[in-house]
Structures are given as C-alpha cells and as structure tokens.
Design a protein around this ligand. Structure first.
Ligand code: NIG
Ligand code: FE
Length: 401
C-alpha cells in the first residue's frame, strides 16, 4: 500500500485582476489585486498576492491576464421540481399578473415525478449554475407540500448542496384549501418533525395568497425551536409585514424586498448595525420575469442595510441560473455600481447564508472562484447575455471549464 500523497499546491498565475473581497489584500472594497497570483492547497486559498512574489507550487495554471472573482454565492433557489411553466410566462408577458397560486401547478408535477427525475433535473441545474460561476447554491423544498413529498425534496436537495431550506410553507396545497390553519398545523407539526433533520434553514412565503403574518411567525418560530435558522420570502408582490417579521425573528435574510416602505428600509439598516443582522436579498431576475418594479437597492445601500443578490432559479417566477444576468440587471436597472453588485452576489450571499468561508478569497477561504474571459469584473454588466465564465473551481477542484 502506498501512502496517500499530499494534496498538490496549484498556482493560478498571470491574473490581470483578482477580486479578493478583502480590502486588506488590495484596492478598494473589492480588495482588487492587479497582476496577481493565487495558490490553492487542500481545497483552500493558501496564498494571495502579486504574481512577482508568488511562491513555487506543484502545478501552474496561466490566467493569461484575465480576471478571477470569488465564486458567486447564490443564496436562493428552488431547483427541486418537475414540469415547466413557459406558457404561464408567455401569458404574463402579455399582461397576466404573477400570482402565488401558480406554484400549485409545479406542486402537481413534482408530486407525480420519480426521485430520479427530480434529482436529475436538480443536478442539471446545479451544473448549469456551476458553469456560470456559482460555487455555493442554496436549495429549497416547497413543491412537495405533503410530509412525504417535502421530506423527499429535502433529501434530494441534500444531494446537491449543504445549504438546504425547508419551505413547506410555500403555499397552501389544494387539499387544504378549506382549512389553511390545518395546513399550518401540519407544517409546524408532523412535517417539521420529518423535515428538520434534513435542513439547515426554515423559510416561509409571507405574502398575500400564501401565508399571513401570524401564520408566518408560527412557522418560523417552530423551525427555530427545532434548531433551524430562519429566512423569509417577503414584500414580493406588494407591501407587507415580511421584512419586519424577518428582522423581528432574527432571520438571516429576507428575500425579494420589491415593495419596501421607509420603515422596512430603516429596520433592515438597523439590523445590519449589529453584525449578524437580516440581509436584504434582492432577486432582480424575478422582477424581470414577472414585470414587477425593481427593488430600491440605492435606498437600502445608502441607509446602510446589508444587501445580497441572488438568482431564485425556479420554474415560475424566474427560470434563470445566471448570476451574471442578475448583476447586469442590478447595475442597469437598480443603480448598483458594478463593485456593489459583485460584492452583493458573492460576500453578500455568504452573509445571507451566515457563511464566512465563501464569497471572498482571503487566505483560508474555500478555493471557490471563477476565471472570467474578461480583463475585469465590470464586464459582467458591460457585456450582458454573453457567456464570460471560462473556468470554475470549487473546493480547489475544477468543476467547469
Ligand atoms: O421565490 N415567491 C415564492 N416562491 C418563488 C416562486 C415560485 C413559483 O412561482 O413557482 C419565488 O419567486
Ligand atoms: Fe423563492
């Protein structure tokens, strides 16, 4: 028997612009280093700095003057599902409004699908996300809505990610249409019992047509009592209590934030002051695909709120896995600077998932990064719709390219 060999140190050299997201390592809020190199060892970043000072390594990869960024941390997706809703999208583009009830179409298709089909679809979408630079992807249940279908959705989610979210409170399924309170009892009782062991997070769709404030509070606190961490879908389709409820229960994130009152912005800004507050996660791909206004990112940023950008890949409100597309929308439509948008899509997403090991490329961080076919990160918004991710590493392993 031979002794296992030490993991090889890999030098990524000739990086024209390296975004570390660590201001101590380079210029500006992105901690940008020009003519940089990065050493990866044992799945972690072992060294970062100017190319001219790079130590030797076992293997050398030439970035040929291109840009390296931390992998995107996409903190919101619903990729465990079957079926498609392209016709619903087409109808929406002709004027039909988006309604929470459309979720039930996907619930019917998901319940009818086999495990292998659900896992196959989720795996295909995960690979699609990797190929576009995403290295951390949160995945929710929420298209099962029975004890067995939610549990199997979470098991399948756990095959593709560590960031698994129990969203039994997505909408009330048809069999509980006459007894919505009974469904909340199910979610906070037997369904939570079956699902809690398979998830890190609990989520609720706090919205007209889904769950009201009181039901949402019950769901979140029941999950927290079982050791799950809270996150919330809020203020997507209109003004509402979602944001303030998220802050009240200490959720890591409130997602959508399309319709915010000034008090919501204040609550988010205040909660960000304490460090581990509630992040406002903006999902511009949803607003694009549902013809909603875009969230007021400037009000949030200027007030001091913590902001993340995420994709929300799902068959109903937004069927994209492209974080670059979300960045382009955030810059063009929401007046975020390219620097703010990239930070929100990386270190912002990490904060929304309460992670410090991803979203940046300081020494000791996970070696999760993307090599762009571009000289700098501004190109992500500057060349919308153009594939610009040349290669992607996750935990130091090449996962795409
Ligand atoms: O994040 N808002 C609730 N859930 C998803 C949409 C799900 C669907 O329409 O199937 C979202 O937008
Ligand atoms: Fe969602």
């Amino acid at each position: 028997m031979t002794a296992p060999s030490a993991p090889a140190a890999v030098l990524i050299d000739g990086i024209g612009s390296l975004v570390t997201n660590d201001p101590a390592l380079g210029e500006g809020p992105l901690g940008e280093v020009a003519d940089a190199a990065l050493i990866v060892e044992g799945g972690r970043v072992a060294w970062v700095g100017p190319s001219a000072r790079a130590p030797r390594a076992d293997v050398r990869v030439d970035a040929a003057g291109r840009c390296v960024i931390p992998g995107f941390v996409d903190s919101h997706s619903h990729i465990v599902f079957a079926g498609d809703r392209s016709r619903e999208f087409a109808a929406r583009m002709s004027g039909r409004p988006y309604e929470a009830g459309g979720i039930r179409t996907t619930v019917a298709a998901t319940r009818a699908a086999g495990d292998a089909d659900l896992l196959g679809n989720a795996t295909r979408l995960l690979r699609e996300a990797h190929a576009q630079g995403t290295t951390t992807l949160e995945v929710k249940s929420g298209y099962g809505l029975s004890v067995t279908d939610e549990e199997r959705s979470l098991r399948i989610a756990g095959r593709v990610t560590d960031e698994v979210t129990f969203l039994g409170a997505h909408v009330v399924p048809p069999e509980y249409a006459e007894d919505p309170a009974g469904y909340v009892d199910l979610v906070t009782g037997p369904m939570l019992d079956a699902c809690a062991p398979h998830a890190r997070w609990i989520d609720v769709f706090c919205e007209r047509g889904a769950f009201d404030e009181e039901a949402s509070r019950r769901v979140l606190t029941a999950g927290q009592e079982r050791g799950l961490l809270a996150r919330v879908h809020g203020n997507q389709l209109g003004p509402g209590p979602g944001v303030r409820l998220a802050v009240e229960v200490g959720a890591a994130s409130v997602d959508h934030c399309t319709h915010l009152a000034p008090e919501d912005v204040d609550a988010l800004a205040q909660s960000a002051e304490g460090g581990e507050g509630t992040v406002a996660t903006l999902l511009p791909g949803v607003d694009f695909s549902t013809r909603q206004p875009y969230p007021d990112a400037r009000a949030l940023l200027d007030a001091g709120a913590a902001v993340a950008l995420a994709g929300d890949c799902n068959p109903g409100s937004c069927f994209t896995s492209s974080m670059a597309f979300c960045i382009a929308l955030a810059v063009r439509e929401m007046r975020m600077t390219p620097d703010e948008a990239l930070r929100a899509a990386t270190v912002g997403g990490a904060r929304a998932l309460r992670r410090t090991d991803v979203g940046h490329l300081g020494v000791g961080a996970r070696a999760d990064f993307a090599l762009l076919d571009a000289p700098n990160h501004i190109y992500l918004a500057y060349r919308p719709g153009v594939p610009q991710v040349a290669a992607v590493w996750k935990d130091g392993e090449l996962v795409s390219g």
